[in-house]
Write a protein that binds this ligand. Sequence first.
Ligand SMILES: C[S@@+](CC[C@H](N)C(=O)[O-])C[C@H]1O[C@@H](n2cnc3c(N)ncnc32)[C@H](O)[C@@H]1O
Length: 202
Amino acid sequence: MSLRHTYTLFAPIYDLLIARASTALRRDSLQRLEVTAGDVLLTGIGTGLDIPHLPQGPCYIGLDLTPAMLRQAQRRSHGRNDIRLHLGDAMQLPYRDASFDAVVLHLILAVVPQPERLLAEAERVLKPGGHILIVDKFLRPGQRAPLRRLLNLFTRHIATRTDVVLEDVLACCTQLHLHLDEPILARGWFRRIELRKVTSDK
Ligand SMILES: C[S@@+](CC[C@H](N)C(=O)[O-])C[C@H]1O[C@@H](n2cnc3c(N)ncnc32)[C@H](O)[C@@H]1O
């Protein structure tokens, strides 16, 4: 089963499972959005639980691999003409280099099988000086976490990875640096991260 199959099955119950527990985390993360105009990409927007927390001003593009999730996001974005939704793959974003002022990666970086590739694509489409907001679950470098690593063998191809080390992923992206790193849930397994893209190639 692929991630698209799983999230097609999840779509009708996703909000029931995730919405309540994640509302404050989304709100706090999106409060850091520094873009008052310009373009913001929400990669893996899912059912659009971030939408009610998006400030007016920028133009938003929400991209997702799963049509069933996007249909829910479509309903949630009703009445807002500043949000466009695209079906697509976060591993091969259909956007030009340096076309977004900010990228939101909520519960997607540690979900996909190749987080390095996803973050490299986010880095590519981000303008110099732009920022990336992440909420997700990450192990610390060197953390053993045997249960989560075992769980990962079962969940990585169907729902999410549970063994991703942010620092390893970040090491692959030379133009991104860590600006904020805060533990938010489950004794620091879930973290709020902000990355910034360097302003020149120095
Ligand atoms: C755990 S959900 C998170 C949804 C949303 N970001 C949120 O915070 O609720 C993961 C989402 O990523 C999407 N997804 C998985 N792989 C993807 C890919 N390669 N490209 C785009 N979206 C993907 C799934 O369809 C699903 O909607």
